[in-house]
Design a protein around this ligand. Structure first.
Ligand SMILES: NC(=O)c1ccc[n+]([C@@H]2O[C@H](COP(=O)([O-])OP(=O)(O)OC[C@H]3O[C@@H](n4cnc5c(N)ncnc54)[C@H](OP(=O)(O)O)[C@@H]3O)[C@@H](O)[C@H]2O)c1
Length: 254
């Protein structure tokens, strides 16, 4: 049975990716598996898709829930054509202004859960399969005021690019998606402590455009997907200029 697995499918770019995969992979998939905590949202999405779906309303930071998901994979033994890891969050604010528990939660979901899910699902992937990992342009350099989130996404980017190389022999590609700010529910959580990056929001992209670019880049088996000229320019600048200098300069653009 050929399937797609999408985490973070209850909102934003995960949900948009599920919708696009539903349209694009018309004859290639038997089922689309949707993962996130909010069951009603997943049901709403499932009802709007043409493909048969399975809903996994679970917290990816809960080891027991993840083990149960692993068990289902084991029982069904599917052929996973595409895995999309879109579950993720961040909390803005100075490091000491945010609870340690929240920082740990970011690392657990963005790094640990993504790594576990990728490892688990890879056992069910064959030649030609694709993995899409939602990193961020925050991965390109350290971000004071969003330090743990940026570090977690630097992990996702580094891990994904290395894994892409490792999996070449198996004919499986990994694309790290690195958008700048995207208009989703992400900011409801990111700004909950009152910190707001007005400057960043000037570069706000639409989720449809970011997801389209990501799917095209994954189709071409690119290791990294960066949407919009502004973010491509930011990527290049972070490769050329010392990060210390950029961090100093960005202090004046909040
Ligand atoms: N929006 C941006 O500006 C932006 C920019 C660059 C990168 N990104 C990254 O892109 C990805 C998608 O973000 P988005 O913008 O689409 O944000 P979003 O709308 O807030 O979506 C985040 C998704 O993660 C799921 N999630 C959160 N905690 C979870 C948990 N413990 N277990 C399982 N699922 C969980 C949420 O579902 P439930 O709440 O139902 O569990 C939701 O479906 C994230 O990795 C984010 O870091 C976002």
């Amino acid at each position: 049975m050929n399937i797609a697995i999408i985490t973070g499918a209850s909102s934003g770019m995960g949900r948009e990716t599920a919708r696009r995969i539903d349209e694009i992979y018309t004859d290639k998939l038997s089922e689309i598996w949707l993962v996130a905590r909010r069951e009603s949202r997943l049901q709403e999405l499932a009802a709007s898709l043409k493909h048969k779906t399975r809903i996994f309303a679970l917290d990816l930071t809960d080891e027991k829930a993840v083990s149960e998901f692993d068990l289902t994979l084991n029982l069904v033994n599917p052929n996973v054509k595409i895995l999309v890891n879109a579950s993720g969050f961040g909390v803005m604010g100075k490091f000491t202004d945010v609870y340690a528990k929240e920082h740990a939660g970011v690392v657990r979901l963005n790094c640990e859960a993504l790594t576990k899910v990728t490892h688990m699902v890879l056992s069910y992937m064959r030649r030609g399969a694709r993995i899409i990992q939602f990193a961020s342009s925050a991965a390109f350099m350290p971000q004071p005021g969003f330090a743990v989130y940026a570090a977690s996404k630097a992990y996702v980017l580094s891990f994904s690019r290395a894994l892409n190389e490792e999996l070449k022999d198996r004919g499986i590609s990994v694309t790290a998606v690195c958008p700048g700010p995207v208009d989703t529910e992400f900011f409801d959580i990111a700004e909950k402590n009152g910190t707001n990056f007005h400057f960043k929001k000037k570069f706000m992209a639409k989720q449809e455009d970011v997801v389209n670019r990501a799917l095209i880049d994954a189709y071409h088996r690119k290791d990294i997907s960066v949407y919009s000229p502004a973010m491509i320019l930011f990527f290049v600048i972070t490769k050329i200029l010392p990060h210390k200098f950029i961090m100093f300069f960005l202090k004046f653009f909040k």
